[in-house]
Design a protein around this ligand. Structure first.
Ligand SMILES: Cc1cc2nc3c(=O)[nH]c(=O)nc-3n(C[C@H](O)[C@H](O)[C@H](O)COP(=O)(O)OP(=O)(O)OC[C@H]3O[C@@H](n4cnc5c(N)ncnc54)[C@H](O)[C@@H]3O)c2cc1C
Length: 470
């Protein structure tokens, strides 16, 4: 889609961009443009940018945005392209601004427990560097090749959010470039501020629509000395979810509480080609515990086991070695890939109040029956975030894709009617934006559009994401 209000990228403009970002940082090559036309969205909907620009520093980002703003050229920010909603897909062509070369860890401040990084640093590299200093960055989404800039832009969550929160709780400071090319800095190496509007939090989760994030200060902590994983089978999902509030009241707060049903366990077993303990039961909780001493973690594990048994658990599996623990976590991390391997599928990541998970799943199953489409659900029970996958296996592909929007509309409606929202961690991108009006107060959407206009008067930065501006 090339919108009439945007200017096309000419060969002269490509030369001007080379003057700004260097020849090696600019490419209009077809193959390169193809490479940047998708993210990890389950059903890719590729769009080609007209030119790819890979800046090395903030000043270059600012010059590119200033030029794009002056010429009315759309700019799409991209980190590692692991997003699941098409957020970094250049739907209006224009400039694809990839921050992959801004990948330096600038400082690990061991006194203040703060890492300062460029946006293109990937999670795996940050984990390693921080660990080398005896510190810990706890955010743990399922994809460690994601960039920190992308994590901030989507407010990424993951499997340790119950104890440590999501990206929003871990960012202390940000530098960003506004669509007009101005550079701003927000926050810093402190945890308190009552000084005006919190613009930093506004940028977090804004999916690259308000500013390009060019530097990030992250809160670090000390690493846990012990980690245990409990895998607890139940005869029903209702029993499993019922146990969660009691677990959360226990004296050690788990890092993560994941729930899953038998169907996803069977699918992942087929994918990893090994059996998961107790795989015949209906539903499971996977509980991740961290603590300072073996005694502390074992005591917590015993307490949680008892709570689960009182809530209808059948048994508890505690892996005996580090390798066995890793295998269990690895199986959980493979859910998305196992489903993708099975055939066409899509994903919704609805979040509802924790206590509403069983009711939400019940309604999802009704939706599955009504639309005669298999739907798999699992997710982060500790924070109410449910991953819902309609599957297209054994169905005519076109027919399945045609029916999907109605299935999603019903799923989002069910989530909203239970007090939830469309996305807990993946963002709306352009894939999910069509469902926003049906599930959010119109006054809030109007306010968001006014904020977008204040930041980006010419609507050049990631246009067509989250919502459309009229
Ligand atoms: C197997 C798998 C498992 C996943 N598990 C999780 C999970 O558990 N939790 C979770 O939250 N997510 C998960 N994700 C989704 C994805 O990894 C996250 O959304 C991640 O934060 C995206 O980072 P990225 O660098 O790949 O961003 P991209 O996909 O490149 O971009 C995502 C969005 O951020 C914007 N953006 C990127 N960089 C910047 C920047 N510097 N400034 C401004 N905007 C920017 C883009 O325009 C786009 O809107 C998973 C994905 C996969 C494939």
């Amino acid at each position: 889609v090339i919108d009439a209000k945007y200017t096309k990228v000419t060969s002269e403009l490509v030369e001007t961009l080379k003057g700004i970002a260097g020849s090696e940082g600019v490419s209009a090559d077809e193959e390169e443009r193809e490479k940047y036309s998708c993210d990890e969205m389950s059903i890719p909907k590729p769009h080609l940018a007209e030119v790819i620009v890979k800046p090395r520093d903030t000043a270059t980002v600012a010059r590119v945005l200033s030029l794009a703003n002056e010429k009315r050229i759309p700019v799409t920010p991209r980190g590692s392209g692991t997003g699941l909603s098409g957020g970094c897909v250049p739907i209006f062509g224009g400039i694809l601004l990839s921050l992959e070369r801004m990948n330096q860890i600038l400082e690990i401040d061991e006194e203040n427990f703060v890492a300062t990084v460029e946006p293109g640093v990937i999670l795996a590299d940050l984990y390693e560097a921080v660990e080398g200093c005896g510190l810990y960055y706890p955010l743990y989404p399922g994809e460690s090749s994601a960039s920190i800039g992308g994590n901030v832009a989507t407010n990424a969550g993951g499997m340790r959010a119950v104890k440590y929160g999501v990206t929003r709780q871990l960012v202390l400071g940000l530098e960003a470039v506004l669509p007009t090319g101005e550079i701003i800095s927000m926050g810093g190496k402190f945890v308190k501020s009552s000084t005006g509007y919190d613009l930093m939090q506004l940028l977090i989760g804004s999916e690259g629509t308000l500013g390009m994030i060019t530097k990030i200060m992250l809160k670090l902590t000390t690493p846990p000395k012990r980690r245990e994983v409990l895998f607890i089978p139940f005869n029903s999902l209702y029993d499993a979810i019922k146990a969660v509030p009691d677990i959360l009241k226990h004296k050690i707060l788990p890092v993560g509480i994941e729930f899953m049903e038998r169907d996803i366990i069977s699918i992942v077993e087929g994918y990893i080609n090994r059996q998961i303990p107790f795989h015949d039961y209906e539903a499971f909780l996977m509980i991740i515990l961290e603590g300072e001493t073996e005694e502390e973690v074992y005591e917590a594990a015993d307490g949680i086991r008892e709570i689960c048994m009182n809530n209808g658990a059948v048994d508890t599996f505690v892996p005996s070695s580090e390798a066995a623990k890793r295998k269990l976590l690895d199986a959980r991390e493979k859910f998305y890939h196992a489903l993708k391997h099975l055939g066409p599928m899509d994903i919704a990541d609805v979040v509802v109040p924790r206590s509403q998970i069983p009711e939400f799943i019940k309604r999802v199953k009704e939706i599955s029956r009504r639309h005669q489409m298999p739907i798999i659900a699992y997710g982060h029970a500790g924070d109410g975030n449910v991953h819902v996958h309609p599957l297209g296996k054994d169905m005519d592909r076109d027919e399945w894709e045609r029916r999907l929007p109605r299935v999603f509309a019903d799923i989002y409606q069910a989530g909203a009617s239970l007090g939830g929202v469309i996305s807990g961690e993946h963002g709306l991108g352009f894939e999910k934006k069509g469902y926003l009006t049906a599930t959010m107060d119109e006054k809030l959407i109007i306010l968001m559009k006014r904020i977008k206009r204040a930041f980006d008067p010419n609507n050049i930065l990631n246009p067509g994401k989250i919502f459309d501006l009229e």
